[in-house]
Design a protein around this ligand. Structure first.
Ligand SMILES: Cc1ncc(COP(=O)(O)O)c(C=O)c1O
Length: 365
């Protein structure tokens, strides 16, 4: 029998959010700074609060090439979309395959629902790519759900169509579902970003306007699911238990989704300049290692071997008011996750303080 537990706190979210108000250089939260709605031409006077139908289905069904009924909108960002998907798929005793390093809520949800977690390692030696042979060895007749992120949180690694197709084929034969959080996918600098929902009815894409679109505060998220049974379950959960999306959020979101290319162009401009800043900084840091991210807002940096990443992140925060996420929260101590969605000055100052803190840390050893 699976243990009955209530919701455990997500330690990564606790640690980060407690520190955000005092952080002068926030390289911790994985967002791009937003643009004022008025600059985009949104006038709240145009919003019809009594609208009978939600509108965001239209641009999203166009974006993913699916029917509007295959889109499930959520008013709590990708966080809620993931919650809905997990709750519609995982039963006690079901095997859930998760990647490592991992985004903690994906683990907490699996455990909460009584899932039996199996880990698929994404190793730095293989540039954090998903190893399909390893995946094939991991999957079993008991596997109900496979969950991963594209781009990968925390490393920013891109999974290309060939690998996604291999995952789609293996999981189809195995009769299980795949859930992919694609909140960092749409602003990649090179390559073709393929949402998993395009590769099979058992493949579910989750995303939101929070990360690469720069509208974290709006909290509009969605899932794209073509599987009839799971789609119906998700729709009951959101519409009858959790509460459907407000017309206010829907109409602002629809407006933003219609400006997708403009928002992504801005996003790519910010992140390509910022990735270059980190790249140049990394060339001066002989004792740090990384795999350059494909886009998104996050990258993962290996500290010198003797440095404890939890202590280091706390020291950096206390002394230099610079916030990064310790790798420990992603099951990888000795690393820090740095985000690069903020303005250049914040990023450059933050990096400068990271170099200083590393020197001080090593000298004190
Ligand atoms: C991989 C991944 N999925 C989902 C989320 C949640 O996104 P949202 O802010 O839209 O709830 C995050 C947030 O950090 C994330 O990193």
């Amino acid at each position: 029998m699976a243990e009955t537990i209530f919701y455990k706190r997500v330690s990564y979210i606790d640690w980060l959010l407690q520190r955000v108000p005092q952080a002068q250089y926030d390289l911790g939260r994985s967002i791009i700074h937003s643009k004022p709605l008025s600059e985009l031409g949104i006038d709240l006077k145009d919003i019809a609060l009594d609208a009978k139908e939600l509108r965001a289905y239209q641009p999203l069904s166009h974006k993913y090439g699916v029917e509007p009924e295959n889109i499930i909108l959520s008013q709590g960002g990708a966080t809620q979309a993931l919650y809905i998907a997990y709750n519609s798929i995982v039963r006690p005793g079901d095997e859930v395959i998760l990647e490592a390093p991992n985004y903690e809520p994906l683990y907490r949800l699996a455990v909460k629902l009584g899932g039996v977690v199996k880990i698929l390692e994404r190793s730095p030696e293989k540039d954090y790519q998903i190893d399909i042979e390893e995946f094939q060895r991991k999957i079993s007749r008991n596997t109900r759900l496979v969950v991963f992120t594209n781009l990968h949180n925390p490393t920013g690694t891109f999974t290309n169509k060939d690998v996604l197709q291999a995952i789609a084929d293996i999981t189809r034969d195995n009769k299980c579902y795949v859930l992919c959080s694609e909140v960092y996918l749409d602003n990649i600098l090179e390559g073709d970003p393929v949402p998993v929902c395009k590769l099979g009815n058992h493949m579910i894409s989750v995303s939101s306007l929070s990360k690469v679109y720069g509208f974290s505060e709006l909290r509009l998220g969605w899932s794209v699911c073509k599987d009839e049974l799971i789609r119906k379950r998700m729709s009951i959960l959101i519409n009858q238990y959790l509460g459907s999306v407000s017309p206010l959020i829907d109409q602002i979101g629809t407006f933003l989704l219609r400006k997708e290319s403009e928002l992504l162009e801005r996003s790519r401009e910010i992140i390509s300049a910022n990735i270059e800043i980190i790249n140049n900084w990394m060339k001066t840091q002989k004792n740090l290692k990384w795999v350059k991210p494909a886009g998104g807002t996050v990258c993962f940096i290996k500290l010198p071997p003797r440095i404890n990443s939890m202590n280091f992140a706390q020291y950096l925060f206390e002394k230099y008011k610079t916030l990064v996420a310790p790798g420990d929260f992603f099951w990888k101590s000795g690393f820090i996750r740095i985000t690069f969605g903020q303005n250049e000055t914040t990023l450059k100052n933050g990096l400068n303080f990271i170099s200083r803190a590393i020197k001080e840390f090593l000298q004190a050893m």
